[in-house]
Design a protein around this ligand. Structure first.
Ligand SMILES: Cc1ncc(C[n+]2csc(CCOP(=O)(O)OP(=O)(O)O)c2C)c(N)n1
Ligand SMILES: [Mg+2]
Length: 185
């Protein structure tokens, strides 16, 4: 499956109170166009999605916080998933869409293949943690367990590269902040 196909499936698992924090580039564009608005589109800050999601999850305990990020972003801010596993807020869900590339900026290879994700996730404190290929056959079951898990959860999906022709996010970061504040208050 491609990343946007996974994001399309997420529609059925979140409600308007939930908060998505999405990764720089293509992933945020897909979240912006495919899912309900507004969400936290971190348009420029590669590597900071999990940190921001962790902060929101700790402050907004009654809200599910779903962080959707690429392998490049995970690698850049690697410490944040470990910090999350220390605090393990039960409302925090981390979805890694791993195409082994910096797809947005031209498809340069990342070093994600150097990580054995099953072993790595196995070493973290989380009530649900799994690494697998994204597949049409199991995606609904995987998302149900991942998003509806009672505790902190992590899903690492290997995906195929590919994107929809979507226009850029039209909102300036200040506009995104304004809309998010309105959603939270
Ligand atoms: C700190 C920082 N470094 C580099 C960039 C440029 N940049 C934007 S998106 C991107 C690739 C992201 O790769 P990944 O997280 O794997 O997502 P993909 O594009 O593969 O979906 C890069 C390098 C940036 N926005 N911020
Ligand atoms: Mg990538």
């Amino acid at each position: 499956m491609k990343g946007y196909e996974v994001i399309e499936k997420i529609k059925g698992y979140i409600n308007e109170r939930d908060m998505i924090v999405s990764s720089t580039g293509n992933i945020s564009r897909e979240v912006f166009h495919i899912l309900d608005q507004p969400q936290v589109y971190l348009r420029g800050s590669l590597g900071l999605q999990i940190s921001v999601g962790l902060g929101i999850a700790i402050e907004e305990k009654k809200r599910k916080v779903l962080v959707i990020l690429g392998d490049g972003s995970l690698l850049m801010g690697m410490g944040s998933i470990i910090t999350s596993s220390y605090y393990k807020p039960s409302n925090l869900k981390i979805l890694i869409l791993d195409n082994a590339k910096y797809f947005t900026t031209g498809g340069q290879k990342t070093v994600s293949s150097a990580i054995n994700f099953t072993k790595f996730l196995g070493s973290l404190e989380a009530s649900f943690k799994i690494s697998k290929n994204a597949s049409e056959e199991s995606i609904n079951q995987d998302l149900t367990k991942f998003i509806n898990s009672k505790g902190f959860s992590i899903l690492h999906l290997k995906i195929e590269s590919g994107k929809k022709a979507l226009s850029n996010i039209t909102w300036h970061p200040e506009e995104i902040t304004k809309r998010i504040k309105k959603k939270i208050i």
